[in-house]
Design a protein around this ligand. Structure first.
Ligand code: COI
Length: 377
């Protein structure tokens, strides 16, 4: 079994959470939400709508490097209208979750993968790297401060959004001389409004998300911005998500913009697009591949022409498809449509089994044989 560079980088040891306490200065929020308000806010959670009382914040300058590591009150930030990110989009971000286990303890999943990917993305966008230990320290100290915001309803978690942006007030086109690292925390339920219902996917042929040599394997706002027009059009037409095809030939499946894609075959094998440099190397994708390989499944990372997948659905060789990501977890694809086709995918059993396995590990009910869980509190 060969590992990707990100998987290898994520295997480094990090200190236990208790050893990282105090590595970020705590500036408590004098206007923290009352318990009653918080309890009301934790009911009927959607995705990414509410935010906890604190956020992590550090700054980078050429003279001082990363400094001023603080957990501060969650509030609006002041920035010059000439701040570079507002003009040239120099920013990267991550997504991970804090899960409450049945005994009340709080855990996260493969945080070093996110730390490594943040730096991978930063390198592509000429942003200074952020040390893994400081990254994990920001998560530990923020979640300890806002532990009451980690929900316990089934399918819920505290979604953590680390990001770095160029904050120098300068309009010339070059890498910024100042950056902010921040983490905000959002108690969240299912990503899709219909919860676990299979999603209807529009296969996009006019617009592409990323092309060769671009930023497709970096987690940066520009890739998501490029997906918004096709997503808006697809949403208005009643579709939940958009599937992007490769930008060179427009023939092969790339990803859904915010999620990777898997195809389940009737012979039991499972396929997913190989990492071409144009798609994001998802943590959920990597974890599912590992779990399937542990089971001895025939798993292939390969070029997946959309025409072959459609023919496979037609012949019965393809039985299920699913999307996966930190936010979306594992979500069945119920149909694929485009200008000239519509196909339904009625099967969802393998997808459900993968969902159960992965979320079982994350929630502490299934053995974590790879040591992916990290205790936060
Ligand atoms: C995640 O899955 O964490 C992501 O960042 C995807 C985002 C589009 C919600």
């Amino acid at each position: 079994m060969t590992y990707t560079n990100l998987e290898l980088a994520s295997m480094g040891k990090v200190p236990l959470a208790d050893e990282l306490l105090g590595s970020w200065e705590i500036v408590p929020n004098p206007h923290s939400t009352s318990q009653a308000e918080r309890s009301a806010a934790l009911v009927d959670l959607g995705f990414g709508k509410r935010f906890s009382d604190h956020m992590a914040h550090a700054t980078w300058t050429a003279e001082r490097g990363w400094h001023d590591f603080r957990i501060e009150p969650y509030e609006a930030i002041a920035m010059s209208p000439a701040g570079a990110v507002l003009h040239y989009g120099q920013e990267v971000f991550e997504g991970l979750k804090a899960y409450r286990h049945a005994d009340g303890s709080i855990w996260t999943f493969r945080p070093t993968y996110n730390a490594a990917r943040l730096n991978h993305s930063s390198r592509r966008l000429a942003i200074p790297e952020f040390e893994h230990e400081a990254f994990i320290g920001s998560i530990v100290n923020l979640v300890r401060q806002d532990a009451a915001w980690v929900p316990d309803a089934p399918g819920s978690s505290l979604y953590l959004r680390p990001f770095i942006f160029a904050s120098e007030a300068f309009l010339g086109v070059r890498a910024s001389h100042r950056y902010e690292y921040m983490v905000v925390a959002s108690p969240s339920g299912a990503y899709f409004a219909n919860g676990f219902q299979p999603i209807d996917v529009w296969v996009e042929r006019e617009f592409h998300r990323a092309g060769t040599g671009g930023m497709g394997d970096a987690k940066t706002g520009g890739n998501y911005a490029s997906s918004l027009l096709p997503k808006t059009v697809a949403h208005d037409a009643g579709y939940d998500e958009v599937m992007f095809l490769d930008a060179t030939m427009g023939t092969d499946i790339d990803e859904l913009g915010g999620m990777n894609v898997f195809v389940v075959m009737s012979d039991g094998s499972i396929r997913t697009p190989r990492l071409t440099g144009n798609i994001l190397a998802g943590c959920t994708r990597s974890s599912i591949l590992q779990l399937l390989r542990d089971e001895g499944r025939d798993v292939r990372e390969e070029t997946l022409p959309i025409a072959d997948v459609l023919a496979g659905i037609d012949s019965g060789a393809v039985t299920e498809m699913f999307a996966c990501g930190t936010a979306a977890v594992v979500t069945s694809i119920g149909s694929l449509s485009s200008r000239d086709f519509h196909v339904d995918l009625p099967g969802h059993e393998t997808t459900k089994a993968i969902y159960d396995h992965l979320t079982g590990i994350q929630l502490g009910t299934v053995e974590d044989t790879h040591g992916w869980l990290y205790r936060l509190a």
